[in-house]
Design a protein around this ligand. Structure first.
Ligand code: FES
Length: 84
């Protein structure tokens, strides 16, 4: 079980699952869900190593550093702390 912390709200997520549903339930705006619109941009504060690698959609929308697309990230294990 992985742990996602969204602005101090903790959510348990099964290892290997996308985080999109959890972040939407906790206030992150979700648009296309397909890595096209960019509305789901999030900032990773801790635990970037516990997320999937950047994918092509994230690169195309300029995600770099601590920026990710919430609809594209998979949490592999451990704890990830994020804000938006
Ligand atoms: S919801 Fe559109 S890019 Fe994530």
């Amino acid at each position: 079980m992985a742990n996602l912390i969204i602005n101090d709200i903790e959510v348990d997520i099964t290892n290997g699952e996308k985080i999109v549903d959890a972040i939407e339930e906790n206030g992150v705006p979700i648009g296309c869900s397909n890595g096209v619109c960019g509305t789901c941009e999030i900032e990773i504060l801790e635990g970037m190593e516990n997320l999937s690698e950047l994918n092509d959609e994230e690169r195309d929308l300029g995600m770099e550093g601590n920026k990710r697309l919430g609809c594209q990230c998979v949490i592999n294990d451990g704890t990830v702390k994020m804000t938006f």
